[in-house]
Design a binder for this molecule. Sequence first.
Ligand SMILES: Cc1cc2nc3c(=O)[nH]c(=O)nc-3n(C[C@H](O)[C@H](O)[C@H](O)COP(=O)(O)O)c2cc1C
Length: 366
Amino acid sequence: MRAAFTPGRIGRQELRNRIVMAPMTRSRAHGPDLAPGEMTATYYAQRASAGLIITEGIQPSAVGQGYPDTPGLHSDAQVAGWRRVTDAVHAEGGVIYAQLMHTGRIGHPSNYRTPQQPVGPSAVRARGQIFTHEGPRDFVVPRELSAPEIEQTVRDFADAARNAVAAGFDGVELHGANGYLIHQFLSGNANRRTDGWGGSPRNRARLALEVTAAVTEAIGGDRTAMRLSPANPLNDIEEEDLTETYHHLVEELNGFGLSYLHLLETGAPELTPELRRAWKGVMVLNPATPGSRTGPEHLSLVDEGATDLLSFGRLFISNPDLPERLATGADLVEPDMSRAYGGDGRGYTDYPALAGGAAPSRTASA
Ligand SMILES: Cc1cc2nc3c(=O)[nH]c(=O)nc-3n(C[C@H](O)[C@H](O)[C@H](O)COP(=O)(O)O)c2cc1C
């Protein structure tokens, strides 16, 4: 049997296979509380045959929201909504981590439910546009976080991690990738600070490590993970000192006993083997390269020991029983990306499992 279909282990959890559902924002928390609804519980329960589900990015605070209708983990209503999700996944024997995503400067005032201005390491606007309810809009100049606000942001991550555990999650993944707040601090073009959080690779890595320290203290290293994407240019990131920054970060992260490191190798695939060697814990790899996506051809990476676990994004949108399809060589359905963000159950909970397959097909209400 191929290694990807054998049991795995992260932190406190045994995993039934080494196939991971990668975090994917779906913008379907339409209610006033930005809490996930029953439809979201159905969506994740349908995908519980993954060894591990990592949720869509979840904001740890109101100001951490970037996109329309993304769910949070900073209010009682949100904890209650996520409790329904984790119960539904656990009822199917699944394991689920919450991805904590503070989008930093990647946001827009019109996407918040309460008046807010996006914040960042420095008042430097990202080039590009963001989805809003009114259509695409230019990114705005973020407000530079003060030192006390950075300390509050770190506490917000720890509080959200405690909320995740209260909501029944098996752990949290910290989003240090893809040009959001933690990655903005790592990157010299977004982080122009001259204080202790900017200027050198070590200073730029400080926020990532402070958040990790606070979250592991709150819920334990064996329930905490980190996602990184060295050199990923998404969201106008330009990183210098790549090798020094990521070696320093990974070596420091080794000290926290994290449940796994999730590497998205799109920007600098040449760093993957080096970081694999430097990292002492479990690795999850998302081997996406520009213009292609993770597919069956990447299963060999687990056989070869290039990674312990392999994460798939887009194919999990349209194949709720992806592990079974990969194991049997069954046909794979292509996702309708026009329904990726926002909307109802179409393109979300209506992709069927194989006939006679194990994935539940519960009917969604709203
Ligand atoms: C619709 C969509 C939403 C995504 N949202 C997130 C997110 O919230 N957090 C994150 O870390 N990555 C996010 N990603 C990136 C995926 O986790 C993954 O890295 C990417 O899709 C490449 O993997 P794939 O080729 O298997 O799809 C998203 C990707 C897609 C397609």
